[in-house]
Design a protein around this ligand. Structure first.
Ligand code: PRX
Length: 629
């Protein structure tokens, strides 16, 4: 793709956009970096504060920062109560579409009521400000309700993606020492039932911190409930002693809001901590300008809330803006490859935000699927999670956007809380494959090994040179690690771990990671996690995992395994190793598919095997192909 191929924002779009031209963007950007305190204070004022902050920003001890210090705020109040005295009271806040096709809509008023009642359930079970609540749920409304209820009383939520295994869940609960777990009897995945509660029970066997488990009914199968510890969500929320009223806690701007675990270069996933005021201001403002939210929009972000994209752009960003946010439980290609387009048509979705992997996998099914549906309601498309290749970008632009929708390729991370590099859709001409320019207030750069600015089009380390309100505050329980990982290479400068280049127009092109983090289907894994899962198997002496390019999933994984002396490589063992990785990281059924065994040779008396694996395919595809000659 030529770097000069520019796609200007459609005129009709720019005309009514929040930011209408590149000139306007540049003026705002200049001001935002010249006087960030003034810029962010103006944005923060649009939210409701019980008490105004004393200082917009300060370093406590570099690189540790405080934003809106002294301010008192509540996230659920801003996402719900603030809209109840306006015309938004009866507007749809959350539209939920279940995998089997069941659906439910909550107006702001209805969602407020559910959140207040569930916040009272939390209180009844002695959850207090600062306590950690782990949420391990499928994409059902209770997930958003539980998160908002935590914020209402100042509990810190830690959402664990419902696809993760019992071991992954256990590690996260143990690290955060959560007092409560919220889960469901099961979850649906491509028509099958995943026994979530069973996995939760397995994890909880080694999690003494958890005193109460709240269980949502989703799949309806019979599950064991542990006396005194386990309660049904529907019974708890209906109980007579649960009031409709729950006063929002007045939280300090820097009080912890949530922990979200994410993979890094070494060791176990780390708990990224986000705090209240700065995070909310940032996701509020980025959602408003990047998705150019208008009152009548229906926004659909297809991510799972178990990842940061869902936290920021399904729940907090949209609701803080009083928008209608759609939440979908299923996957793009089940029961048919037009599931996404069916939903776009059904709800007249206007803003659609997904990952390049989803675009590529739908594209390969053929144009007949989107063509079956009326997609004319769409006015903006978004991409997130991994680099988007120009072919996929162009297909998205033509087939889905009918050449009339701007595409926002949004670059960000769990640690950044919200989008940092992105086009503003009414203002910035786009180039397929480039996330374009920084959001106002953000100062990114590309540095070489010595910390000098890289030349034009020269690859280097993507860094952020100035703090922003939603930046992670620490790694839960390990500030030293936080400082070392993110500020160790170039002191005082945030190291993203990504590789990027800047072209002659100042556009950023993010090409991939500089470390051992891999993105499979936009999901983040550390090769070290996979390696330690394999070496935990008694037959394995050593393991090494490396990424490989994958046409649909962006990246796949090769795993080299050295077996212990005397252990024979058998098809049974191969399966066992894959199940082992599935057990340690991903949930069941075994989601790892063996694509191909590469070679098998004897080395130093042990057997060396190499396989390539593909995360996130369902177990029924498990197949072992013959070894190449
Ligand atoms: O490598 C970058 C890639 O995803 C990483 C962050 O992953 P995670 O914390 O799981 O958050 C994903 C959703 C925000 C980044 O370090 N990445 C994310 N967005 C893009 C991207 N790479 C290229 N282009 C993007 N738009």
């Amino acid at each position: 793709m030529s770097e000069t191929e520019l796609f200007p924002p459609p005129k009709a779009f720019s005309k009514r956009a929040h930011i209408k031209s590149r000139k306007e963007y540049e003026a705002i950007y200049r001001q935002s970096v010249k006087n960030p305190s003034k810029f962010w204070a103006e944005k923060a004022k649009q939210l409701h504060w019980f008490k105004k902050w004393k200082r917009v920003f300060r370093y406590t001890k570099k690189p540790f920062v405080k934003w809106f210090e002294g301010g008192k705020i509540n996230v659920s109040y801003n996402c719900l109560d603030r809209h109840l005295s306006t015309a938004r009271k009866n507007k749809a806040a959350l539209i939920w579409e279940g995998e089997p096709g069941d659906s439910k809509t909550y107006t702001y008023q209805e969602l407020h009521l559910e959140v207040c009642r569930f916040a009272n359930v939390l209180k009844k079970h002695r959850i207090k400000k600062g306590d950690r609540v782990c949420i391990y749920l499928p994409m059902i409304p209770q997930l958003a309700i539980a998160m908002l209820a935590c914020t209402r009383i100042g509990a810190i939520h830690s959402v664990v993606f419902g696809g993760f295994s019992a071991n992954s869940l256990r590690n996260r609960i143990q690290d955060s020492r959560a007092k409560m777990l919220i889960t469901s009897d099961g979850s649906f995945r491509k028509g099958k039932i995943i026994p979530l509660k069973k996995m939760a029970d397995e994890a909880l066997a080694e999690c003494p911190s958890v005193k109460t488990v709240i269980v949502c009914r989703r799949t309806g199968q019979k599950i064991p409930m542990k006396r005194k510890r386990d309660r049904w969500w529907d019974e708890e929320i209906k109980a007579e002693d649960i009031s409709d009223v729950c006063k929002p806690a007045e939280m300090d701007a820097e009080d912890p809001l949530f922990i979200l675990y994410t993979s890094g270069t070494t060791g176990k996933p780390k708990g990224i901590l986000h705090t209240t005021g700065g995070y909310l201001v940032y996701v509020y403002q980025t959602f408003k300008w990047i998705f150019d939210i208008q009152e009548e929009d229906t926004h659909w972000c297809t991510a799972d809330i178990g990842w940061v994209t869902g936290h920021s752009y399904i729940v907090y960003g949209p609701l803080a803006n009083g928008a209608t946010s759609l939440m979908f439980e299923g996957v793009p290609n089940y029961p048919k490859p037009d599931r996404f387009w069916e939903i776009v048509e059904k709800y007249k979705v206007t803003l659609f935000y997904t990952a390049p992997t989803a675009i590529r996998s739908i594209k390969q099914e053929g144009n007949q699927w989107p063509k079956r549906h009326d997609l004319s309601s769409l006015r903006l498309l978004g991409s997130v999670g991994e680099p988007i290749n120009p072919e996929a970008w162009l297909w998205y632009h033509k087939m889905i956007g009918n050449r009339k929708c701007p595409i926002v390729d949004t670059w960000w991370q769990t640690e950044t809380g919200g989008v940092l590099i992105t086009p503003l859709p009414g203002a910035i001409p786009t180039k397929p494959g480039s996330a374009t320019l920084p959001f106002p207030g953000i100062v990114p750069d590309v540095l070489d090994e010595k910390g000098r600015r890289a030349k034009i089009n020269e690859g280097g380390y993507l860094v952020i040179k100035k703090p922003w309100p939603a930046m992670a505050r620490t790694v839960w329980g390990n500030p030293k690690r936080f400082k070392e990982i993110y500020f160790g290479k170039f002191p005082g400068v945030y190291l993203t771990g990504d590789n990027a280049k800047i072209d002659k127009d100042g556009y950023f092109w993010v090409t991939g990671r500089t470390d051992d983090v891999i993105k499979i289907s936009g999901h983040r894994f550390g090769t070290a996690e996979v390696e330690s899962a394999l070496t935990a198997h008694p037959a394995v002496a050593e393991a090494a995992a490396v990424p490989i390019p994958h046409p649909i999933k962006g990246q796949g994984l090769y795993v080299f395994v050295t077996l212990d002396k005397g252990i024979k490589q058998t098809p049974h063992l191969k399966k066992a190793l894959f199940r082992q990785v599935a057990k340690e990281i991903w949930g069941i059924p075994p989601p790892w598919r063996i694509l191909r065994w590469l070679h098998y040779c004897s080395s130093r008396g042990s057997f060396k095997i190499a396989v390539s694996v593909d995360i996130k395919d369902s177990g029924e595809n498990l197949k072992i192909e013959p070894l190449p000659a």
